[in-house]
Design a protein around this ligand. Structure first.
Ligand SMILES: NC(=O)c1ccc[n+]([C@@H]2O[C@H](COP(=O)([O-])OP(=O)(O)OC[C@H]3O[C@@H](n4cnc5c(N)ncnc54)[C@H](O)[C@@H]3O)[C@@H](O)[C@H]2O)c1
Length: 255
């Protein structure tokens, strides 16, 4: 059990990117428990993605998977086309897929910077644009973008990651203003350090410094982030949030 309100998303359909691992898999499970039908997308395919699908399907609602690279425009078009054929409308999109690499600006290869922006920011634009037309036509939609506290406070060795995540926050605020009054909302979740394979790619020195700075003195677990994504997707709980950045971050950023 994920501890989320039962039936909070009954009758809703959600697409979660980066659903094969970590925070995305936890959000998918929480959405399944809350009653949503799901499309799970990831560039990692079988058997990993299918294992998450089976765990979600155990809650009794339809779950489909699509292997896709969300930084690629044709792949995103294919993903949303497939989701609509298999599930009908997509009411909720969680743009969660992401990578983390580490390099000082001085030594950073241009390709490393471009890859970061492409996967962690361009994908959010591509998936949001693909999701919008049917949401606007239906008068309901929830776009939830997974940013990071690093996008709010910066991080040495993480300038490219911080730039992408700050970009996600700025993109989300702008989209929220553009679609205001249509029934569509756009929000960010900016987690602090969460125990996932991605978090494990940071150097020991970075991790030690980070833990000492956290008011809660501990990192989080993916299932402690997922209920925030349920809240933002649900009615009436999510109704009044748009353009916001919610921070399950162990107190590291206090805006
Ligand atoms: N773990 C943390 O400490 C932390 C903190 C703040 C924000 N985040 C953000 O949360 C999100 C999820 O991270 P996580 O920690 O669960 O990482 P993770 O590595 O466990 O999962 C990320 C998933 O995204 C997928 N993915 C990567 N690039 C992709 C692409 N181009 N197309 C499709 N799928 C792709 C991966 O295959 C993987 O399954 C990321 O956006 C990350 O930046 C993580």
């Amino acid at each position: 059990m994920t501890g989320v309100p039962i039936a909070a998303l009954d009758g809703r359909t959600a697409l979660v990117t980066g659903a094969a691992s970590g925070i995305g898999a936890a959000i998918a499970l929480a959405y399944a428990e809350a009653g949503a039908r799901l499309c799970l997308a990831d560039r990692t395919g079988e058997p990993v993605l299918d294992a998450v699908r089976k765990r979600c399907a155990a809650f009794g609602h339809e779950v489909v998977t699509v292997q896709a690279d969300v930084s690629s425009e044709p792949e995103v078009e294919r993903l949303f086309g497939a989701a609509r054929v298999m599930l009908g409308a997509v009411d909720v999109v969680v743009n969660n897929a992401g990578i983390l690499t580490e390099s000082p600006v001085l030594d950073m290869p241009t390709a490393l910077f471009d890859e970061m922006l492409s996967i962690n920011l361009r994908s959010v634009f591509l998936c949001s644009r693909a999701a919008l037309p049917p949401m606007l036509a239906a008068g309901f939609g929830r776009i939830i973008n997974i940013a990071s506290q690093v996008g709010q406070r910066g991080g040495a060795g993480l300038a490219h990651y911080a730039a992408a995540k700050a970009g996600v926050i700025g993109f989300t605020k702008s989209l929220a203003r553009e679609v205001g009054g249509t029934g569509v909302t756009a929000n960010c979740i900016a987690p602090g350090p969460i125990n996932t394979p991605l978090g494990g790619t940071l150097s020991d020195e970075w991790t030690r410094t980070l833990m000492a700075e956290l008011p809660l003195k501990r990192s989080g677990e993916p299932h402690e982030v997922a209920p925030t994504a349920v809240l933002l997707a649900s009615e009436p709980g999510g109704n009044l949030y748009t353009g916001q950045t919610l921070g399950p971050n162990s107190g590291h950023v206090m805006p």
